[in-house]
Ligand binder design. Sequence first.
Ligand code: AMP
Length: 581
Amino acid sequence: MSLCSDLTEKLDEEILEDLTSNVKQIQDNVLEEILTLNANTEYLRRFLHGSSSKELFKKNVPVVTYEDVKPFIDRVTNGEPSDIISGNPITGFLLSSGTSGGKQKMFPRNNKYLENIKFIFYYRSLVISKHIDGLEHGKGMVFNFCTSENTTPSGLPSSAASTSFFKSDYFKNRPSYWHWSYTSPDEVILCSDTKQTLYCHLLCGLVQRDDVVKVGAAFVTILVRAINLLENSWKEICTNIRFGHLSEWITDISCRDSVSKILGEPNPELADLIENECNNKSWEGIVPRLWPKAKFIECIATGQMAQHIPTLEFYSNKLPLISSSYVSSETMFGINMSPLCKPENVSYTFLPNLSYFEFLLVDAGDKTEIVDLVDVKLGCYYEPLVTNHSGLHRYKMGDILLVTGFYNNAPQFRFVRRGNLTLSIHLEITTDEDLLNAVTDAKMVLESSNLMLMDFTSYADISTTPGHYVLYWELKAKYRNDIVEIDKNVLVECCYVVEESLNNSYRVYRSKGGLIGALEIRLVQQGTFDALMEFFITQGASSTQYKTPICIKSTEALVILEENVHACFFTDKSLSFNFSS
Ligand code: AMP
């Protein structure tokens, strides 16, 4: 039974309490439902011979990666009937962001997936509104948008998960009980030209600045990008407001018509006010200055995206930053039940109705230990395995999570890292989490010189002997119109701080006999990371779900970075550690 359709029958809070209390029962029901539907698919018949027994499922169905299921997915995209993988007809495909794990992936979807997104949207807003007062009458300026949709050879649509949701009836006919309305009309969200969309979102948000109680985007990267766009186009936006006329380059007709209505009559007072704020030398706190009633920022900023938190805090004057959900193209997982906690303490409570979840214990040595959602242990690290309603069975997500507690009986997980992202020169393993922490330490050094690190990525350069870590950094002056003045000593110190913060094995190999060379920071021109994103988008990555990869594997992407390098710095002293082993 669909929980969404049940909303009117039970109080929302009761539903959440039920879900988080009856985890075992609900997970059992979900698995039973999936197996009954799918027992006769070609995929499962090989292991279950038509049975829908849960015991047989656990015993016979293998844990798989994308490469294992890709041949089946390819067959459906090429026109074979979708019942080779799913009893429920497949109605489209989802393109994963494709930057974190390397290649882009395509996942089958059906209405249950869209229903789950709607469910997550609704409940995460509900939880937030229980923690922050006075949201009922305000609006959200939320940078939601669509990317273009393709059609598979079999005639089914393929697009980013958010695009398929925004284009669906689930969003179009969203019920009036959704917690807040948006400052932008749906036409802006549906426009697939990212620059036009973001510009129009900003314009609508500024025109209705007194109504804005929340500023948001799916991921923090989009929000930082929107602020950059504001920095480059506030004068034009003010001219639009002053004369009540939208810039001619907004050519998407529906977008143009609907935004022109919101823009309304010339409003020189508002244009002056915005100009006054934006003309200020420092953009520190620009978000609450322009949107004085904003009570919080909602966007996912955990995991690899945490690198953008200091930048966002600078612009937002530390308005509460809420990472409200853990989501993917494979499934929705859960929501943050303590939205006002610090960004570094965010955990997500898994909701048992969304998919069937199992967990592979990380570092279990030679044995493979898989447990159910209700059996995970506090303090242990796991990789989730997903069995969903659209053809994935025991699918390895590649994310590593830590159990931090329980909400009723539902486990809460902190997102630790993408499991497959590592830098390595010798035998050391540097995870994205290690690198992120080390760069965060180095940012303290940058602080003293009024520079901000806008984005970074890394690369294990083995063309030198010994090989060494290269970090590409894009810097920006804290104060508007200031040029980025580079102090060599500061950058060299940053290299050193990063190295000192890396894990033991790195420092051992680096300090003993030069198995790893001195770490290098290469500064790139402003706009390089935008160019990098554009490149990944042309390769099929989705701009709505884009996350800067923490390490680069693609040679073409490296070329983009290299073409923009304007200065290089190395650690100039040996590490202070002397390991005896
Ligand atoms: P995609 O399928 O392209 O949307 O990417 C899904 C991936 O994004 C997940 O497997 C995670 O690695 C990452 N992700 C999604 N939600 C979060 C979150 N709340 N915190 C950290 N990483 C996340």
